[in-house]
Design a protein around this ligand. Structure first.
Ligand SMILES: [Zn+2]
Length: 144
């Protein structure tokens, strides 16, 4: 086994221990994970130990997840990442320059029937999130 292969296998086992991967059975996903780890190891010279390599892989996954969260744009042009939060609330975060989730910007809370309990205001224009979302969802209202 090459040193690179040993490194990626050790990192994959570490990820399995931490619950990020399942390497009990030899599956095509294992090879996929090993290929991803090998790509990280090749791109990041600092990822020279299994722990560091596993950490870089997790960080890349986290970044990809954050970038994949849809962005909502307020009428004023401010952009937010919106997370659904159990049971029927939403959390608004600013979008960082690199497309990642930025600082907390506000929230919408609803009661168990879905009725509005609280809506924060857009920190840029001061209009409530729920008013803007409701207006955007109703094309007739957009005429006014
Ligand atoms: Zn706004």
């Amino acid at each position: 086994m090459s040193a690179r292969r040993e490194l990626t296998v050790a990192a994959a086992e570490m990820l399995a221990c931490r619950g990020y991967a399942d390497t009990d059975e030899h599956t095509p996903e294992d090879e996929e994970l090993l290929a991803e780890l090998a790509a990280v190891a090749a791109a990041v010279p600092d990822a020279a130990s299994p722990t560091k390599l596993a950490d870089y892989w997790i960080a890349q996954r986290q970044d990809a997840y954050e970038r994949s969260i849809p962005t909502w744009t307020c009428d004023c042009g401010a952009k937010f990442k919106v997370f659904p939060r159990w049971p029927n609330d939403e959390e608004f975060h600013r979008v960082a320059d690199d497309g990642l989730v930025g600082e907390f910007a506000g929230e919408i809370r609803r009661n168990s029937q879905g009725g509005l309990k609280h809506s924060s205001d857009c920190p840029c224009c001061g209009k409530s999130f729920i008013d803007t979302i409701t207006r955007q969802a109703d094309p007739q209202m957009s005429l006014f």
